[in-house]
Ligand binder design. Structure first.
Ligand SMILES: [Zn+2]
Length: 225
């Protein structure tokens, strides 16, 4: 039976590397797939991993209809055995429903890769719909690490070195915005996420992993706005 699977994790946990490896494994068995991604850090229509591998991919826009794309391939006599969908957190709920239909009615395996929650700890729309519809959700086991060495579970947005918890949901990292601010992302453990202590703030406060857990006095949980 074909399946809709969601491979989820934080940033830096190797999702795109696994997506590329999975594609390679299928190809080695003469299976034919289609690769999709959205807002990859290397630019449009590329699926890239931090380890330096990359491949061509379809760029997903809000208007793209997965059902139409796959049916188009099939009506042109092309084989489609599986889909690999990276950055699936950015897809719309409707697109996740199209993917479920591709699984159910065309018997094609759909493997989605993505992070679950944004820098405010709120679920991305695509991730939310995948949790609701996927046959399986697999949490990736390559743990990303917080600067303190603990397992990182949260994605923090850093603007000019300072962690923020408000703003637009989607801003691609490593970019200077119109106001010339540098937007970056950093994975943190929950404790340091809640205390808004990213690595830059920790360096400034001279907190080192050696003095944990005393750093909690240095960075109390900020009051809710
Ligand atoms: Zn930490």
């Amino acid at each position: 039976m074909a399946e809709l699977v969601f491979f989820s994790g934080t940033m830096d946990c190797g999702k795109s590397t696994l997506a590329l490896q999975m594609d390679h494994n299928h190809r080695a068995r003469q299976r034919v797939g289609q690769i999709f991604t959205k807002l990859d850090r290397m630019g449009e229509s590329v699926l890239s991993s931090r380890l330096g591998l990359s491949t061509q991919a379809h760029e997903v826009t809000d208007e793209l209809d997965f059902w139409d794309v796959v049916v188009e391939h099939l009506t042109h006599g092309q084989r489609v055995d599986y889909l690999i969908c990276d950055e699936a957190q950015f897809y719309t709920g409707a697109q996740i429903e199209q993917l479920a239909r591709v699984v159910d009615e065309l018997g094609i395996d759909v493997n989605c890769f993505g992070i679950t929650a944004d820098f405010r700890t709120e679920l991305f729309p695509g991730a939310k719909r995948l949790f609701e519809l996927a046959d399986r959700v697999q949490v990736l086991q390559v743990a990303a690490l917080c600067w303190c060495g603990e397992r990182a579970t949260h994605n923090a947005r850093i603007i000019d070195g300072v962690m923020v918890v408000e703003g637009e949901q989607v801003v691609v990292g490593d970019t200077a915005t119109a106001t010339e601010s540098l937007v970056e992302y950093e994975v943190l453990c929950r404790r340091h996420y809640m205390r808004r202590m990213n690595s830059h703030a920790a360096r400034k406060a001279s907190v080192t992993p050696d003095v944990l857990p005393f750093d909690l006095d240095v960075c109390p949980v900020p009051p809710r706005a």
